[in-house]
Design a protein around this ligand. Structure first.
Ligand SMILES: Cc1cc2nc3c(=O)[nH]c(=O)nc-3n(C[C@H](O)[C@H](O)[C@H](O)COP(=O)(O)OP(=O)(O)OC[C@H]3O[C@@H](n4cnc5c(N)ncnc54)[C@H](O)[C@@H]3O)c2cc1C
Length: 414
């Protein structure tokens, strides 16, 4: 059954009503990464009829390099649940895993999947292929063609479609040029020449992992000097003064870190300044445990690629200083640009109605977009609520705020 988007014929709307009676749900959550799982757990705890879709922790399991370590500190790597019981520590205790820092990727994936099995055992792994607006609600289509209707939609679909591909690499064969967010089997590059482009955590950590697995790696970064998170460790050892400068989430430099931890304050800051705070807090940098692991990687900084030509088995890169490189593969650690227009499941009708600011949805309190009943959480909310929303640590604020708002509206309606 395909529901008509708002404005369909009376006969079609009649059909829609009869289906609504049997399959309606109050809230559908799209995505089962940290933000989707957390939002669904909070909404359920308030007695709402919630359906959550997607393969649990898929982005982490399939799109991040094996052997990766989390950049966020342990205390900032908890997925928020209403009782604060389903923490990373609780998972490790239940699974008999010794707590270590930094947190290994495999532990975090296991944690997310355990969180799901404990709190959302009826999660539906199917992909949602379409969300359309119908009178007062949304028509949802699933990958197998099934349809149902929901009163509200929470989009927690992550950043995978937002990969930033510099123009010079656009259209080149994926076998020779890939983005870090497409998943990288580092072991497959043993003995091969790989150019990694970028200076952020993804690029730096991928370069280290590739080198450790026997690839010949060159990292090419535009910035003149690579940056490392926590370059001034003494600032973290000043007792109460340090707590005034840094929140435990550790997102952003001294002072900004504290501000970032208060997303409702960030939301009140004029957009221009808010954008500056956001970009400063997440500028490209690597964890402080990375420099030692990069000793075998050729680091070329202050340079960028101006041309990339694919031959049969290799790629020739020309840099802005005129020098050339021949490599077997280029791995782009060039980050992402949020653009909700790239969520293919949102219909053209819905996208036309969502007010956006350069690809980010314009949100109000409760993560509500300009379309009544449509909410966005995770990275897409970072332009409104600040950079905490790019990280797992933001699930606590996001899920509580979202739930409070939905519950309030629900009470008013009833
Ligand atoms: C290399 C790398 C390292 C990172 N390290 C850290 C870190 O150490 N700490 C940290 O806090 N953050 C880190 N991040 C950021 C991290 O991506 C986010 O914090 C986190 O994944 C956000 O969770 P999410 O639920 O919004 O998105 P995701 O984890 O991406 O989850 C979104 C989910 O939605 C599903 N989905 C998408 N579309 C649909 C659909 N149509 N139907 C059904 N399901 C759908 C996807 O399959 C996916 O599982 C890192 C990111 C990268 C790329």
């Amino acid at each position: 059954m395909n529901y008509p988007e708002s404005g369909g014929s009376i006969a079609q709307i009649g059909e829609e009503v009869s289906i609504r009676k049997t399959t309606d749900c109050e809230v559908v959550v799209i995505g089962s990464g940290p933000y989707g799982l957390s939002a669904a757990a909070h909404l359920r705890a308030k007695g709402m009829d919630v359906r959550v879709f997607g393969r649990p922790m898929e982005f982490w399991a399939k799109k991040m390099p094996s052997g990766m370590l989390l950049r966020s500190p342990r205390v900032a790597s908890n997925i928020s649940d209403p009782s604060r019981q389903f923490t990373l520590d609780a998972y490790e205790r239940a699974a008999g895993i010794a707590p270590i820092a930094p947190v290994p990727l495999e532990t975090f994936i296991g944690y997310g999947q355990w969180f799901q099995s404990q709190l959302l055992p009826d999660l539906d792994e199917r992909e949602i292929t379409s969300v359309r607006r119908i009178d007062g609600g949304f028509a949802i289509t699933l990958e197998n063609g099934g349809d149902f209707r929901a009163e509200r939609v929470v989009v927690a679909a992550g950043i995978e479609p937002f990969q930033k591909i510099p123009a010079v690499f656009a259209g080149l064969p994926p076998a020779q040029v890939s983005h870090c967010y497409q998943g990288c089997d580092v072991g497959a590059f043993r003995g091969r020449r790989v150019a990694v482009i970028g200076a952020g955590q993804s690029a730096l950590e991928s370069a280290a992992l590739l080198d450790e697995r026997g690839a010949k790696v060159e990292l090419i970064a535009k910035i003149r000097e690579l940056r490392w998170i926590g370059q001034h460790p003494w600032l973290h050892r000043l007792g109460p003064l340090s707590s005034m400068l840094y929140s435990p989430h550790d997102v952003g430099p001294a002072g900004i870190s504290r501000l970032v931890a208060a997303p409702n304050v960030v939301r009140q800051i004029p957009l221009g300044l808010r954008d500056k705070i956001r970009t400063r807090a997440v500028r490209p940098a690597g964890s402080r445990w990375l420099p030692a692991r990069l000793s075998g990687v050729q680091l070329t900084t202050g340079r960028f690629v101006t041309q990339a030509n694919c031959g049969k088995d290799e790629i020739e890169l020309k840099l802005d200083d005129g020098s050339r490189r021949r490599v077997d593969h280029v791995l782009l650690g060039t980050g992402y640009t949020v653009d909700i227009g790239r969520y293919r499941f949102l219909s053209a009708g819905v996208l036309r109605q969502v007010s956006v600011m350069d690809g980010y949805p314009r949100l109000r309190s409760g993560f509500a977009s300009s379309v009544s009943g449509l909410h966005f959480t995770g990275a897409t909310a970072a332009r409104t609520f600040g950079p905490l929303l790019y990280f797992v640590a933001g699930t606590e604020f996001a899920s509580r705020e979202l739930t409070t708002r939905i519950e309030k509206t629900r009470r008013q309606h009833r």
